[in-house]
Write a protein that binds this ligand. Structure first.
Ligand code: HXC
Length: 257
């Protein structure tokens, strides 16, 4: 049995972390299943991925505290690496990834959402990094990605004090792009994923790479990354299709991979 459910809806993949009785907490098995599910995505036919949690209450309530409770230093490091490797795979997946945060996004759950490109939240979403209250640091990238996503002082407050942030505040912090009533979250995530999928897929992938890679280097190098990716688009059918349609004052044909 896998802790991951995967559905394909046209160009959109929907991946659900399915360990509802533990509020979708990430133990080693869930992480291994998530890793395998990511590897299994057909990137030729999938243009956008949505990640969500099973049930109405929780996106992911963190890494599994029971499993972590007996770890040694070396095992702790290895457990952190396991999560980091999977989350980095999400972050560097060639296609955009939307986190549909349907409840608790605590610890590793908040960190999972941060490895996604875009976060949409249900009204009951709660974000937090409560690790210092458990005697640990965030270990799946939280100290790095939260501070790169929102104001550094607020990230530090959330991490040092374990301050939890509900959906409306998450919106004002820019941690999420939008907040929806619970039942509207997945339809809204699908709609956004379909809008992304309707655009030229090679160009969308190039944008993800340009933004992510560019943010890691200085502006002179970043601009070169953009130039190369921009140039590469001119070898695609999609560029000819999109621009010819504009010049001829008509809609483009559907874009291809
Ligand atoms: C293991 C968890 C869990 C977790 C919830 N559960 N969170 N199990 N690890 N992170 C389990 C509970 O033990 C319980 O199982 C069931 O899910 C339902 O949870 P309750 O606590 O009964 O629900 P509720 O009272 O509604 O409270 C919800 C909650 C609370 C506020 C989210 O569960 C909670 O505080 N969870 C821990 C949140 C947390 O600290 N996350 C960060 C973890 S550290 P039973 O069997 O009793 O029904 C982390 C580090 C990441 O993520 C980096 C690692 C390297």
């Amino acid at each position: 049995m896998s802790y991951i459910k995967y559905e394909q809806n046209g160009f959109v993949g929907v991946l659900t972390i399915d360990r509802e009785k533990a509020l979708n907490a990430l133990n080693s098995e869930v992480l291994a299943d998530l890793d395998a599910a990511l590897d299994a995505i057909d990137l030729d036919s999938t243009r956008c991925l949505i990640i969500t949690g099973a049930g109405q209450k929780s996106f992911v309530a963190g890494a599994d505290i029971g499993e972590m409770s007996t770890l040694t230093k070396a095992e702790g490091e290895a457990f952190g690496k396991k999560g980091n490797d999977v989350f980095r795979k999400i972050e560097t997946l060639p296609i955009p990834v939307i986190a549909a945060v349907n409840g608790f996004a605590l610890g590793g759950g908040c960190e999972l959402s941060l490895s996604c490109d875009i976060r949409l939240a249900a009204e009951n979403a709660v974000f937090g990094q409560p690790e210092t209250g458990l005697g640990i640091t965030p270990g799946f990238g939280g100290t790095q990605r939260l501070a790169r996503t929102i104001n550094v002082g607020k990230a530090k407050e959330m991490i040092y004090a374990g301050t939890k942030v509900k959906a409306p505040e998450a919106l004002s912090l820019g941690l999420v792009s939008a907040v929806y009533p619970a039942e509207e979250l997945m339809p809204a995530a699908m709609k956004l994923a379909e809008r992304i999928s309707a655009n030229a897929p090679i160009a969308v992938r190039a944008c993800k790479k340009a933004i992510n890679d560019g943010l890691q280097v200085n502006m002179d190098e970043a601009i070169v990354i953009e130039e190369k990716l921009f140039g590469s688009c001119f070898e695609t059918e999609d560029q000819k299709n999109g621009m010819t349609a504009f010049v001829e004052k008509r809609k483009p044909e559907p874009f291809v991979n």
